[in-house]
Design a protein around this ligand. Structure first.
Ligand SMILES: NC(=O)c1ccc[n+]([C@@H]2O[C@H](COP(=O)([O-])OP(=O)(O)OC[C@H]3O[C@@H](n4cnc5c(N)ncnc54)[C@H](O)[C@@H]3O)[C@@H](O)[C@H]2O)c1
Ligand SMILES: [Zn+2]
Ligand SMILES: [Zn+2]
Length: 388
């Protein structure tokens, strides 16, 4: 079959690889009909999250059930499903506590309680490096889905692939940022990053009754897209000081009730920031997280959706304590929210496909990664067809 395989930083190829096979009675094989590139894939593509051996990427995919393991009783060949991005067993301590990203069974070689730099990581994710289970991803014609009786959700025929594809990751992830923020109605929410995740957080903030939704980005075209698709107030990031001041001045000097970090450890940075990171032996920078901690009000909540894989010196723990902040972060518990969110889509309460800017055949995957990473061609979200 054809698949998008990473061969090292900046090198993603449209390769011919072996078809996946059932390995466990709970597996299914899915024929992929649509797949997308996520900002998380970009961290592997940049080398910031390393993967040494070639691997098929992709954790945002959906399709038609092609084969079912003998233990899978709730699905049959021909069913159409979307698949949440964490690989989770459905019955361990953490699955039972609705945090599938910490599943104790899906990542046997590299799982542990510590959450270290290169060991004792969390549960597995599709197509997301050997440290996270080493499973091939869904930017391919077929994919093996472990625990096929737990993750996949049936989708109604009347909804197109594009209408439901983002239930795999970015919609539940954006929603998680707002849920962690305990938005109940009337709050001010400031979202850093107007990428797909940030825009989905903005849509979710409105669904949960926020009074004000402000979104921040370094790129005007991303802010324009956020405004068109999620009706946000926008702030162009030129430097963190101005952004923080603007958010405070919009919120009676206090700061936003909730800040959502939807950028991660590889933000746009100036030369001074880059030099500081080199001196401190740091990979990337927590500067956007720090800006969130300044822009949120005292006793507010910061939801950290952007990925942070490494430790950082000088993290502002004094500010955390003085302001009495709550920080919540991690892989989003997609399984927890997917059914509620699928209902919102069915009921027409939210539209997800309006963020798509590029529809490409999988054969053009290298181009897709390149424009999404470099923010060229006003790219916001790339969806690929593995059969073209
Ligand atoms: N927690 C989870 O479960 C989960 C799920 C999906 C994605 N993610 C992570 O969320 C983050 C965003 O993903 P995405 O798909 O939206 O990626 P993306 O790269 O398209 O979006 C990031 C956005 O941040 C903007 N940005 C860069 N520097 C900035 C700065 N200094 N201030 C404000 N904005 C800045 C970029 O211009 C871009 O629009 C990534 O780190 C990704 O790995 C996490
Ligand atoms: Zn993702
Ligand atoms: Zn589990």
């Amino acid at each position: 079959m054809k698949a998008a395989v990473i061969h090292g930083p900046g090198i993603i190829k449209y390769d011919t690889v072996d078809d996946p096979k059932l390995k466990d009675a709970r597996d299914i094989i899915l024929k992929v009909t649509a797949t997308a590139i996520c900002g998380s894939d970009l961290h592997i593509y940049s080398g910031g999250v390393p993967q040494v051996r070639p691997m098929t990427l992709g954790h945002e995919f959906m399709g038609i059930v092609e084969e079912v393991g003998t233990a899978v009783k709730n699905l049959k060949i021909g069913d159409r499903v979307v698949v949440p991005f964490p690989i989770a067993c459905g019955h361990c301590f953490f699955c039972n506590h609705d945090v599938p990203g910490n599943c104790e069974n899906s990542n046997p070689d590299n799982y542990g309680p510590e959450g270290g730099l290169v060991k004792e990581k969390g549960g597995a994710l599709f197509g997301f490096t050997d440290l996270y289970g080493g499973y091939d991803g869904g930017q391919a014609q077929y994919v093996r889905v472990p625990y096929g009786d737990y993750g996949p959700r049936l989708v109604p025929d009347e909804l197109s692939d594009e209408q439901v594809l983002f239930l795999t990751d970015i919609f539940p992830t954006g929603y998680t940022g707002i849920d962690w923020g305990e938005v109940k109605g009337g709050e001010s929410v400031a979202i850093f990053g107007a990428g797909p995740v940030g825009i989905m957080a903005a849509k979710s903030a409105w669904l949960r009754g926020a009074a004000r939704v402000i979104i921040v980005d370094t790129l005007q075209y991303r802010l324009d897209k956020a405004n068109q698709t999620a009706g946000c107030e926008t702030i162009l990031w030129e430097n963190e000081k101005d952004v923080i001041e603007q958010i405070r001045s919009m919120t009676e000097g206090r700061g936003a009730d909730v800040c959502v970090e939807a950028v991660g450890f590889e933000p746009d940075r100036n030369l001074i920031d880059r030099a500081k990171a080199v001196i401190n032996l740091e990979k990337g920078s927590p500067k956007v997280l720090e800006a969130c901690m300044s822009a949120v009000r005292r006793s507010g909540i910061v939801s950290v959706l952007g990925i942070y894989p490494t430790p950082y010196d000088n993290f502002p723990v004094g500010q955390f304590f003085d302001k009495g902040l709550t920080l919540k972060g991690g892989q989003a518990p997609a399984h927890k929210h997917i059914d509620t969110l699928l209902n919102y889509v069915k009921e027409g309460k939210v539209k997800l496909d309006d963020i798509i800017t590029h529809r490409l055949p999988l054969s053009e995957v290298a181009h897709g990664y390149s424009i999404f990473k470099k923010k060229e061609e006003d790219c916001v979200k790339v969806v690929m067809d593995p059969w073209k």
